[in-house]
Design a protein around this ligand. Structure first.
Ligand code: SAM
Length: 223
């Protein structure tokens, strides 16, 4: 998969894209991420990308021309263009799965008071929010999308069976996990996990996943 990110602050991506799972996915060419510096498409000698809001009010709005130019410079037939926005569809695992099915994503990061509405109306295919709160910009939201999507790409996770039991994949939150030591400060690992009885382990995990989901997220059981 290829992801182009249009941002005023491409330097925000440097650490995360070179670290851990994302760094390995990019090094192994399972994922290609191209950062498009919006300022290179800015207007006039100052490479301006924003202006005052029509109708009055506090703050600046991002102008449409630099965003259209930046996106059109990388868009191809079949590109899926996403605007990160607190007004968008709230990201969840099924939205992540839908995004992961595209060969090419273009993520547009807003700043200031957001972007001129004509970007959402006439350029982007999707508006995605990572939650009901407001960030200063779309860059961290884009990184959330990139990491969640890349975990689903073939060959990115070392053990892809771990995807099957995960929280938000099969409709339940995940069961509790333990590792060594079997006893730590007197807190013991549940005996069934040490029993070697695979059937009993499976039943225990299922019961625990249902219990935790019922306690913490009953909305997932009865949407
Ligand atoms: N004035 C906008 C509003 O009330 O909806 C908020 C603009 S916010 C300060 C600036 C940019 O951050 C947005 O254009 C968007 O790209 C990004 N952003 C902020 N919160 C976000 C969220 N929850 N999900 C995705 N992107 C977000």
């Amino acid at each position: 998969m290829r992801i182009d990110v249009v941002s005023m602050f491409p330097e925000l991506f440097t650490g995360p894209l070179h670290t851990s799972l994302l760094g390995k996915a990019i090094a192994a060419r399972r994922l290609e991420v191209n950062l498009v510096d919006l300022r290179t498409h800015g207007l006039g000698p100052h490479r301006s990308v924003d202006d005052a809001t029509y109708g009055g009010g506090a703050g600046m709005v991002m102008r449409p021309e630099p965003i259209f130019a930046a996106v059109e410079a990388v868009a191809e037939e079949g590109s899926h263009i996403v605007l990160l926005s607190p007004r968008g569809t709230r990201l969840n695992q099924s939205v992540v799965q839908r995004l992961a099915a595209h060969e090419h994503l273009i993520l547009v990061c807003g700043r200031y008071e957001g972007v001129d509405e004509r970007v959402a109306e006439h350029l982007t295919d999707d508006e995605i929010s990572i939650g009901d709160y407001v960030l200063a910009g779309g860059e961290l939201a884009a990184l959330v999308v990139i990491e969640a999507v890349s975990r689903l790409l073939p060959g990115v996770l070392g053990n892809e069976t771990s995807l099957a039991d995960e929280s938000h994949t099969g409709g339940l939150l995940e069961y509790p996990q333990f590792t060594r030591p079997a006893s730590y400060r007197g807190w013991k690992v549940p005996g069934v996990l040490l029993s070697g009885d695979h059937g009993a382990v499976e039943r225990w995990r299922r019961d625990q996943a249902e219990r935790i989901t019922r306690e913490r997220r009953p909305d997932l059981l009865d949407p």
